[in-house]
Design a protein around this ligand. Structure first.
Ligand SMILES: Nc1ncnc2c1ncn2[C@@H]1O[C@H](COP(=O)(O)OP(=O)(O)OP(=O)(O)O)[C@@H](O)[C@H]1O
Length: 243
């Protein structure tokens, strides 16, 4: 679905990403892990067109996205849920979701179906539709941010640190929703996560980034067997059998 090859990008004269290769198929979740400053958020910004790549290619279902504007990339089917769950705080949950479906507003049936899907995925939101989004808990705001991304009917969802600062139970709810989105809705998902243990549980494939480069790629089981990956990101006592 999403194919990235040789992607380089940065800010002004600072090159942050160096020849990144990755791919994610329909119904698959790719987790991107790495230390602070490894370039994970920069990678997502380059994918969604917020940052223009200096080299490399990005294709979505065979269609070239490289160099397109953020609006064109969103319209092509890539939804970016940025860090810090950016909701419109004074707008209701319902209006936040409606804004996510704005580009499809002429197709009322599709928008209504998407909204029903989001509320089924996040039942907490169904009882809070008229509440200003800024008054929700952090986890509920994250659900609104993901829901808003889903309203556009994307083919690929890219998420930046959805678990940041959330209580474990809410992290569990959000990751369970991601698992359903890939399994039941065949969505391709790219998940940037600091919480590597949680990411390993839900991922089909993991990419490890270090200083702007991909330094390891593989299934969670294979990477968890790699001593360096385990000790750096998973803690010494991690086991795929008991997690
Ligand atoms: N707007 C910007 N202008 C200049 N440099 C930036 C900008 N945003 C990020 N950087 C730099 O790019 C590098 C990668 O940052 P990035 O936020 O992509 O890392 P990250 O892996 O997402 O880190 P974290 O896990 O801490 O969020 C860092 O050295 C950072 O200082």
């Amino acid at each position: 679905m999403l194919d990235v090859s040789g992607l380089s990008a940065g800010y002004d004269k600072l090159q942050v990403l160096h020849e990144i290769d990755l791919a994610v198929a329909d119904g698959q979740l790719l987790a991107v892990i790495g230390a602070n400053g490894a370039g994970k958020s920069t990678l997502l910004r380059a994918l969604s067109g917020l940052l223009r790549p200096s080299a490399g290619r990005i294709t979505l279902a065979g269609r070239e996205l490289t160099g397109l504007s953020a609006e064109a990339i969103a319209a092509a089917g890539l939804a970016h849920v940025p860090e810090n769950r950016l909701v419109f705080p004074s707008l209701t949950v319902s209006d936040n979701l409606a804004l996510g479906g704005w580009t499809r507003r002429r197709d009322g049936t599709a928008v209504a179906a998407r909204r029903a899907q989001v509320l089924e995925l996040f039942p907490r939101l169904a009882t809070r539709l008229d509440q200003p989004a800024g008054t929700l808990s952090g986890g509920e705001q994250q659900m609104v941010a993901i829901g808003r991304g889903l309203m556009a009917g994307p083919k690929v969802l890219v998420l930046d640190e959805p678990s940041l600062g959330l209580a474990p139970r809410l992290v569990g709810e959000i990751f369970a929703a991601l698992a359903r989105l890939k399994a039941e809705h065949e969505l391709a998902i790219v998940l940037v996560e600091q919480n590597a243990r949680a990411a390993f549980r839900v991922a089909d494939e993991v990419v490890v980034m270090d200083r702007g480069r991909v330094v390891a790629t593989g299934s969670p089981a294979v990477l968890a067997d790699d001593d360096r990956v385990r000790s750096a990101y998973l803690g010494g006592n991690y086991s795929t059998a008991t997690s």
